[in-house]
Design a protein around this ligand. Structure first.
Ligand SMILES: *[C@@H]1O[C@H](CO)[C@@H](O)[C@H](O)[C@H]1NC(C)=O
Ligand SMILES: *[C@@H]1O[C@H](CO)[C@@H](O)[C@H](O)[C@H]1NC(C)=O
Ligand SMILES: *[C@@H]1O[C@H](CO)[C@@H](O)[C@H](O)[C@H]1NC(C)=O
Ligand SMILES: *[C@@H]1O[C@H](CO)[C@@H](O)[C@H](O)[C@H]1NC(C)=O
Length: 388
């Protein structure tokens, strides 16, 4: 539940790329433990609140209409697009597929983008894109402040408060926060334009693992919250492969398990499933279906980090008010200077170890594939001429 903290300050620090003095790195070597403890306490408190909520929905009963095929992973790219095209053609769906059928922007009742960004999916770069586009396309840019504990799963009254806050900004605008899908219409508020980005779930979990161990992460935390103590150096040095292969608790991914607090960055789908208790167990069918439902009913675009060009093109066409010119701005202005969030402390992880982890991430992988296919469908529906 509680999530990545302090992204904003960190972003500034990245830009400075500042070197960590030796003393400081020793000093910061303690922090994680108390952070964990704090998160744990906080989570427990929130948990008891959330337990009082009843889940009325039966997600298994809901069929997701847009789900076309699953499986077929492979590195996104144009070969994936072409394979998808073939399937669509063979089912006759290609000729009937119209953009309006896939255009949730039409459902929006306010010109506000609600970008409930997932940590470690390159959303730092997307924020930069949105910030630049806000100047070009004339809209307001708003983001949540740095939180000591970033709570992504909120009690109903806090969801209502968040939805109300976002609805008070002058449209058009964008609001960015690490938080689970929040259903504005549930609180009688006008539907915003939902967008988000996903990433290969195993790559993402590895990225998170090293991110929380990177020195700048602690320095940044320590600067924002000086009383936070330092992590155990042994914990800092532990590498992902050893963690998985030795059966370390931190790298065990068990179906149905609810492990919240700092460790629970395993479930990308949770950002789409929502705030319900039903969304918390790892790798379950119910949470997966609920996440797919939210994407299908509400999200204008869920981009895919590994398929940036399709993402940018689809954003430009389905949410033009905000993303007009996104492709150009990204390739001309952002990509060439983009060193944001590139963790140089991240050692390579072998395919074998990734495969071990992948075996337990079946629902997460299915969700990722689902988003990718939806993105590709949106792209075909546009019937753009092929790029040379
Ligand atoms: C994957 O799940 C199985 C069965 O629940 C479990 O025994 C195993 O330890 C898990 N592996 C990892 C890397 O989490
Ligand atoms: C969001 O809330 C509306 C109104 O209560 C409901 O019709 C819709 O199904 C909800 N969406 C999800 C994904 O639960
Ligand atoms: C994405 O577009 C850029 C800019 O046009 C191009 O240089 C790049 O090769 C494209 N990438 C893929 C994977 O098609
Ligand atoms: C989707 O709907 C939005 C809002 O009406 C519109 O601006 C955009 O052009 C539409 N996109 C497509 C591809 O139909």
């Amino acid at each position: 539940m509680s999530s990545a903290r302090g992204f904003n300050v960190m972003e500034r620090m990245f830009k400075r790329r500042f070197a960590v003095p030796k003393r400081t790195s020793e000093l910061i070597a303690l922090m994680a433990i108390s952070t964990t403890l704090f998160l744990f306490l906080h989570t427990r408190d929130l948990n008891s609140k959330l337990k009082q909520m009843e889940v009325k929905m039966q997600p298994e009963d809901l069929v997701s209409a847009n789900q076309l095929i699953s499986g077929n992973s492979g590195p996104s790219s144009s070969s994936g697009v072409r394979a998808m095209m073939k399937i669509l053609q063979s089912t006759g769906e290609m000729t009937s597929l119209q953009p309006y059928q896939l255009n949730n922007t039409l459902k929006a009742q306010q010109e506000m983008i609600f970008f409930n960004r997932v940590p470690k999916v390159g959303s730092q770069t997307f924020m930069e894109l949105l910030r630049r586009l806000s100047i070009k396309n004339h809209y307001g840019f708003h983001q949540d402040r740095v939180q000591r504990v970033e709570t992504i799963r909120l009690a109903p009254e806090d969801q209502a408060r968040l939805a109300a806050l976002v609805s008070t900004y002058d449209p058009p605008g964008v609001y960015i926060k690490h938080v689970c899908f929040t259903n504005f219409s549930e609180f009688g508020l006008p539907e915003p334009i939902y967008v988000n980005i996903v990433r290969d779930p195993v790559e993402r979990v590895i990225s998170w693992y090293y991110y929380v161990r990177a020195p700048w992460y602690y320095v940044e935390r320590k600067m924002a919250f000086p009383d936070i103590p330092l992590p155990d150096p042994k914990w800092l040095k532990k590498d992902f492969e050893t963690c998985v292969l030795s059966g370390d608790r931190e790298c065990k991914y068990l179906k149905g398990e609810t492990r919240e607090g700092i460790g629970d960055h395993r479930r990308q789908s949770m950002f789409f499933c929502g705030h319900d208790e039903a969304c918390t167990p790892f790798n379950t069918q119910g949470a997966l279906q609920k996440a797919k439902m939210a994407v299908e009913q509400h999200y204008a675009v869920v981009g895919v980090l590994e398929d940036l060009n399709s993402t940018l093109t689809v954003l430009e066409h389905y949410v033009p008010r905000f993303f007009k010119g996104a492709f150009e701005v990204y390739w001309d202005e952002i990509s060439r200077y983009n060193t944001i969030n590139r963790n140089t402390f991240k050692p390579p992880v072998s395919e074998e170890v990734k495969e071990i982890v992948r075996r337990n991430f079946t629902k997460e992988i299915e969700f990722y594939q689902f988003c990718k296919q939806r993105l590709h469908k949106q792209l075909f529906a546009l019937r753009l001429p092929e790029k040379p």
